[in-house]
Design a protein around this ligand. Structure first.
Ligand code: SAM
Ligand code: SF4
Length: 493
């Protein structure tokens, strides 16, 4: 009964209705089905104009995005892919950011038909990490692997309520581990959790929350209704739809959107994501910070994952990344280890900006030494379990620098401020400097000899660019770099 009370008090109706227009949500108003059905293929001029708009780092309209989805000429798709990569390089240069997911608990009161954590799955082994267990996980992540960013993942349950989230975030930040030349520490904790109220989000912000992620799963209301039973909290589509509006009201201005691709027509979800960030911008002045596009993976005791008729093919997956890259040019794009190594490699060339590595999603799996993916303790099955070291070596070989920079968030360069800086290319200057400094730290503290060898030419090239393109700041940069080589840590611009 206590659990029932907890569930029945979760949703605050007035924290939904205040964002509606004449009782309608932004997805209803966007009329996405009609936009897809009525879209016409852009002619050559219109097509070039859309790409030029994207290259000027301006969000595309729903009509323009729907137009791109109609393109069927392979040569034009190649042009879109190439433009998407140019857009990415203009905003983010050759940087890739890495992170690791940390699953804190898999108790959940919801019943999402595609998830291994759903409460009716009696076969799942349920656990919530204790403070000591969190410390053990972080010691491996920050002290052994060298991660600086985590995404903390929680099921929706009183055992992992907002009080637990606050304590666990504080715990993650508190761990400091000695490394070869310096120390390892988590510098940014992002959270992927159920929708929260404004008051709860303010508490997370106070605890040091970086980005708050909530995936809408599907923007298509009838499908949403089928997959999330009405009697569950998650059954309330609009409570979820406005989670990010509430986050921004609470002062959390870096928010991450996402859709779980494979539940409904991928084109609908692409337009849903664009409509979502557009409404955030219209109502709160800032669009989203990142977009994720997880594809549905097989999950233990979740047969829906095998029976869906909306599985997204490899080709369509690449198309959806391309169109999202063009539609929201300044937004970070995240691809996860759900995808195979080959797909992640291709996605880098489509303009993604962040990915996870050395990923384990079993509860407690970083520190308990389990290497195998056990269905009964994790949410779904991963496609790529390569280590951070291997990924960084691969990126370096492709000419990309892995950035562990978390300075923007700690200097207040977030939300509207960072979006403006990203649009104008200003943020890129700080990012470049901090990417080199943090990559130096990582190479010295954590890299295998082979990865160090692959990383040195990348660093040398970046330093040369800083010297020629930013001569005024170069002396201070060189001083920081020298200090880091001598074991000082966490110096940033
Ligand atoms: N419980 C919270 C919620 O649902 O918002 C957050 C954690 S949930 C573990 C994180 C995300 O995992 C979900 O939003 C969903 O998109 C994704 N997910 C669930 N089942 C999946 C599956 N079978 N394959 C891939 N991703 C899945
Ligand atoms: Fe619970 Fe989230 Fe899984 Fe749904 S997706 S069952 S809310 S953990």
């Amino acid at each position: 009964m206590e659990l029932q009370n907890w569930i029945s008090e979760r949703i605050k109706p007035d924290e939904i209705t205040k964002y509606l227009h004449n009782g309608k949500d932004f997805i209803e108003r966007a009329d996405i089905g009609a936009k897809i059905a009525g879209a016409v293929k852009p002619d050559k001029h219109q097509f070039r104009d859309i790409l030029a708009k994207s290259l000027s780092i301006t969000t595309l309209s729903l009509e323009e995005t729907a137009g791109l989805l109609k393109v069927d000429d392979p040569e034009l798709w190649a042009e879109m892919r190439a433009t998407g990569l140019r857009v990415k390089k203009k905003v983010y240069d050759n940087r890739i950011v890495t992170f690791a997911p940390l699953y804190l608990g898999n108790y959940c009161v919801n019943e999402c038909l595609y998830c291994g954590f759903r409460c009716a799955n009696r076969g799942a082994k349920r656990r919530v990490l204790s403070p000591e267990e969190i410390a053990n996980e972080v010691k491996v992540l920050a002290g052994g692997i060298g991660h600086k960013r985590l995404i903390a993942v929680y099921g929706e349950h009183p055992r992992t309520d907002v009080g637990y989230m606050v304590d666990s975030i504080r715990k993650m930040y508190s761990i400091k581990v000695k490394t070869k030349k310096g120390f390892g520490q988590i510098r940014r904790v992002n959270v992927n959790a159920a929708p929260l109220s404004v008051g709860e989000l303010a508490a997370l912000k106070e605890a040091g929350l970086g980005t708050y992620q909530v995936f809408q799963e599907t923007y298509h209301l009838p499908t949403y209704g089928k997959l999330h039973p009405r009697h569950t909290i998650k059954g309330n589509y609009r409570w979820r739809l406005y989670a990010m509006h509430r986050a921004m009201e609470a002062g959390v201005d870096d928010v991450g959107l996402g859709a779980l691709f494979g539940l409904y027509d991928w084109r609908y979800e692409v337009l849903g994501l664009v409509a979502h960030t557009t409404d955030l911008e219209a109502q709160l002045g800032i669009g989203c910070h990142t977009i994720s596009f997880p594809r549905l993976e097989p999950a233990f005791n979740a047969p829906y994952t095998d029976t869906t008729q909306y599985k997204v093919s490899e080709e369509d997956f690449k198309k959806l990344i391309t169109v999202i890259r063009l539609a929201v040019p300044h937004t970070g794009l995240i691809i996860t280890a759900r995808e195979t190594a080959a797909m992640r490699r291709e996605a880098v060339e489509l303009g993604i900006t962040q990915t996870d590595a050395s990923t384990k999603i079993g509860i407690g799996a970083y520190s308990d030494g389990t290497d195998t993916q056990k269905g009964d303790r994790q949410q779904f099955i991963l496609g790529d379990t390569r280590s951070l070291d291997e990924l960084i070596r691969e990126f370096a070989g492709m000419g990309y620098i892995t950035s562990f920079c978390t300075a923007g968030y700690r200097c207040g360069r977030t939300g509207e401020c960072i979006m403006k800086l990203l649009r104008t290319g200003e943020e890129g200057k700080f990012c470049k400097l901090n990417a080199v400094l943090t990559f130096r730290e990582w190479l010295d503290d954590f890299a295998s000899p082979a990865t160090k060898t692959a990383g040195e030419p990348v660093i040398a090239k970046e330093i040369e660019e800083v010297k020629t393109k930013m001569p005024r700041i170069f002396p201070q940069f060189a001083e920081y770099y020298h200090k880091i080589c001598n074991g000082e840590r966490d110096l940033y611009f």
